[in-house]
Design a protein around this ligand. Structure first.
Ligand SMILES: C=C1C[C@]23C[C@@]1(O)CC[C@H]2[C@@]12CC[C@H](O)[C@@](C)(C(=O)O1)[C@H]2[C@@H]3C(=O)O
Ligand SMILES: O=C(O)CCC(=O)C(=O)O
Ligand SMILES: [Fe+2]
Length: 330
């Protein structure tokens, strides 16, 4: 049985695919509906230039093909678990069948050590623009002031991250310890264990090799088929808080089946460290939508998150039962 007694459903027909070239109000309605029901959707016709995507992908492939000692030397001065990582995820003992590159989008000192920093910077600008556009569409449909969400990720001191994940075929990981035994999935290995993303919004792309699964409202794992021309978008913990629980920070994981290499690139859109995050006033109605979460800074929440395991349910600690005196948090 798969961990947490969650079974796998076999098709991703429940994954909303949103065509961003439709009329604007249609797009915003579909986005909000997807965030309320699953917390996850795919966007197509998103406007991100294919050349930018292809360059980023090729440079990532080149990076992971380098000798181990070269990859191991790629570390970030800011945080011990940033830079190149192999199997270990975070600082609390999690691991998976994965190698990755994790860095802050504004860490120019880190990026300057790569010959491909210009490809990375172009990619970051493009996905950041897409994330802002999606956040503005959400704000329109929720009828909250314009730029309520997007302005948090737009400033130079935003704490956004990029993570490039490489899940290599199983023969390269023989002897891996993180196997899951389920009748039909006996050889599936945990690439990236179940978790929610702590930031505001994640914009993720992969190379045509599947493995990502999202947990739906019935607690079933739904596989997300990889479409290299689409971006996957998921609600993060902070957006769940700001919408007072109306949007769902989706639980997800990656199971590596091991025949082909999955390469994914995630942009985690985050606010500045000192930004105050809490339910935004239009999302609180004292009688039928009382305040569900406390107000905290991203720095406080991040510290809490990084001292916990991947699968730990973190937002529960920040719930409130009573209405607090409201401070403007956006
Ligand atoms: C085990 C952990 C890895 C993680 C920090 C954490 O303590 C819990 C959240 C994890 C996560 C998931 C989304 C992103 O991949 C990530 C970079 C993040 O911000 O939170 C990772 C963290 C990490 O790999 O350091
Ligand atoms: O590799 C993937 O598709 C998802 C990775 C992920 O969830 C993460 O990096 O937080
Ligand atoms: Fe994630």
């Amino acid at each position: 049985m798969v961990k947490g007694s969650q079974k796998i459903v076999s098709v991703d027909q429940d994954i909303p695919i949103i065509d961003m070239s439709q009329e604007r109000t249609q797009v915003s309605k579909q986005i909000v509906k997807a965030c309320e029901t699953l917390g996850f959707f795919k966007v197509v016709n998103h406007g991100v230039d294919q050349t930018i995507i292809s360059r980023m992908e090729q440079e990532s492939i080149n990076f992971f093909a380098k000798p181990v000692h070269e990859k191991n030397s790629v570390k970030s001065a800011n945080q011990p678990n940033f830079g190149y990582g192999f199997r270990d995820i975070g600082l609390s003992g999690d691991s998976g069948e994965i190698e990755y590159l994790l860095f802050h989008t504004n860490d120019s000192a880190f990026l300057s050590q790569f010959s491909f920093s210009s490809a990375v910077n172009c990619y970051i600008e493009a996905v950041k623009q897409l994330a802002r556009e999606i956040l503005d569409l959400m704000a329109e449909e929720l009828r909250v002031p314009p730029y309520t969400f997007s302005k948090l990720i737009s400033t130079v001191d935003s704490d956004s991250l990029v993570r490039v994940n490489h899940y290599t075929p199983s023969d390269e990981f023989l002897g891996g310890t993180t196997r899951v035994s389920d009748k039909s999935e006996s050889l599936m290995r945990v690439g990236f264990g179940e978790h929610t993303d702590p930031q505001i919004l994640t914009v993720l792309r992969s190379n045509g090799v599947g493995g990502l699964q999202v947990s739906n409202s019935d607690g079933l794992w739904v596989p997300v088929f990889s479409d290299p021309s689409a971006f996957c978008v998921n609600v993060g913990d902070l957006l769940q808080v700001m919408t007072n629980g109306r949007f769902i920070s989706v639980k997800h994981r990656v199971m590596a089946s091991g025949k082909e290499s999955r390469l994914s690139t995630a942009y985690f859109a985050a606010p500045p460290l000192q930004a105050k995050i809490g339910p935004i006033p239009p999302m609180i109605k004292t009688v039928n939508q009382p305040r569900v979460y406390q107000t905290f800074t991203w720095s406080e929440y991040k510290k809490f998150v990084y001292s916990h395991r991947l699968e730990d349910s973190r937002l529960d600690m920040f719930r409130t039962c009573k209405d607090e005196d409201d401070e403007i948090v956006y």
